[in-house]
Design a protein around this ligand. Sequence first.
Ligand code: SAH
Length: 260
Amino acid sequence: MQTTHRYALPSPDPDAIEGLVARLWAAGTLGVEQRPDELVAWFPKPVDTVPEGGVWSIEEPQDWLALWKAGLEAVRVGDVVVAPTWVEDVPEAEHVIRLDPGQAFGTGSHATTRLCLLELQRLDVAGRRVADIGTGTGVLAIAAAKLGASEVVGVDIDPEAIAAARQNALANEVADLHLAVGSSGDLAGGPFDVLLANLLTDTLVALAPELAALTAGTIVASGIAVERAERVVTAFREVGLVVRARADDDGWAVLVASRA
Ligand code: SAH
């Protein structure tokens, strides 16, 4: 196991975080963690292409994958329990989703996924057509199918996410999900009754016109840091969408919007 190099940027400006994270990925980070007072990134060796103002330190070798896996537990959100495939102790629930995340995002442990799962259950998706943009592990798409959606389409720009989502859909016996590499612009068959979009503020702002064109009902949007929520509200308003509800969890917001 290798030594990793830790780079911590203290107190980043909330408006700058998405840009900093993009630069850390471009600099070759192994992973980024956004903490309340710092942004931390890990590297195989120190690099000078990171944003300025941070502090390097060395971390002793650890089996990161084993640690990460051991840290993941079953998560309950309303009537849905999301559990990694290797977890044995799974609480009973009306709907249980078993996930092997692989490299994809969406284990249920992140606040944005939980917020979306909760809103999804508040909406009555039975018999509705649902599209999930940025499906990651497929967690929200699988949940929508289990909650009785008549048709579920999921897209993600990351081919690895789609590969993981396909596996997870099969493992959860919701094999009739339509999963494809792409984004909102690639979604045929719209408009949809429910659009799920757990992306990031900048992405939601950029995609707002497409999201508006694709919706015949409700949009559930998250991946929004609370300080930046107003930006998405404004971008949605400009394309004729009204935010009807908002909920926050752990510094993240979910917005529920529909046509004005
Ligand atoms: N829906 C899952 C995963 C959300 S993470 C959940 O709620 O837990 C966000 C996902 O969006 C990532 O898998 C990322 O690859 C994807 N993504 C980022 N930008 C995108 C875009 N413009 N269009 C489609 N997918 C995108």
